[in-house]
Design a protein around this ligand. Structure first.
Ligand code: FAD
Length: 265
């Protein structure tokens, strides 16, 4: 790398090079009491999937704002102040249908009408969404023979997408937190996955340490394991620390991401 390189400018240029697509809501249907499936289609002819836990930053105008222009890019986004930017949040590609050029996402309905989740809850077929991506984080080491997948509802799409790609015969231990039985997803199509459900009941999402305690209870062999986690930031950080410090997993085998952050009380 030349001595004059500016790593921040390079990082900005890398991000600005990620494509922006202008697509639309093509179908909406419920998955369970707290999760909706949204299909996006149109404008995705050039999309090249990365697979795995790939995700997009999805944008729509703030309430009352002008539509997002057709030539809007991430370079324009970066040049704007927070107040000028469209509303946006990250969502995982649950499924990519290469033939129909449609992508499916799973959106958690979390009761904050003003945000992106609320927008998807109210959206109609034909509503326009500007999406920036894809990017991904999960890159399992080649020697991995078993996987641990840990998530709250926001990570269900990523966990299901990763299970879709897991070679037959490779065991997965899956630890998932949600409200109750009515808020689970069907993972019966994955016979190599051992699924443990954790129900928080009336407790607020993002509180408690059930994910950490459940992972602590599992006898893990750091040698062959790769771990993916997606949940509230502080909860998944606690799981990462346990896997790194107590189980002794190397950093290259641990992919734990805070998918949202609970507001401080
Ligand atoms: C890489 C990545 C992939 C993701 N994939 C998905 C996905 O596939 N499906 C999905 O639903 N989410 C996913 N998320 C999480 C999603 O981006 C966040 O939940 C985001 O905050 C939602 O934006 P919002 O505008 O609705 O709420 P915000 O305006 O960001 O937040 C408003 C309020 O709601 C609270 N809040 C935000 N999310 C939740 C939640 N899930 N439960 C309870 N309270 C919440 C916040 O703490 C805040 O108080 C992903 C995040 C990342 C980083």
């Amino acid at each position: 790398m030349p001595a004059t390189a500016d790593p921040e400018a390079e990082a900005r240029a890398d991000l600005a090079a990620i494509p922006t697509y202008y697509t639309k809501v093509a179908a909406v249907s419920p998955i369970n009491a707290g999760l909706i499936e949204v299909e996006l289609g149109g404008g995705l002819d050039e999309f090249a999937t990365l697979g795995g836990d790939e995700f997009f930053y999805m944008m729509m105008p703030r309430p009352g704002a002008e539509p997002i222009p057709d030539d809007y890019t991430m370079a324009a986004y970066m040049a704007q102040t927070d107040d000028e930017r469209p509303m946006g949040a990250y969502y995982t590609v649950r499924r990519w249908d290469a033939e129909r050029r449609r992508m499916t996402i799973w959106v958690v309905v979390h009761g904050h009408d003003a945000g992106v989740g609320g927008w998807f809850e109210r959206c109609r077929v034909g509503d326009r969404v500007v999406i920036w991506g894809p990017r991904h984080s999960f890159s399992p080491p080649v020697e991995a023979r078993e996987q641990l997948l840990v998530a709250d509802e926001t990570g269900f799409a990523a966990v299901a997408a990763l299970l879709d790609e897991t070679p037959p015969g490779r065991p997965s231990t899956v630890v998932l937190e949600t409200i109750d039985e009515q808020h689970t997803i069907d993972l019966s199509g994955f016979p190599d996955a051992t699924v443990r459900w954790l129900f928080r009941g009336a407790a607020e999402p993002g509180t408690g340490d059930a994910l950490l305690r459940a992972v602590r209870d599992i006898d893990l062999d750091a040698a062959w394991l790769v771990a993916f986690g997606a949940a509230e930031s502080r909860q998944i950080t606690a799981v990462r620390r346990h896997l790194r410090d107590d189980v002794g997993m190397p950093a290259a085998s641990v992919f734990m991401t805070g998918y949202w952050r609970r507001a401080d009380d």
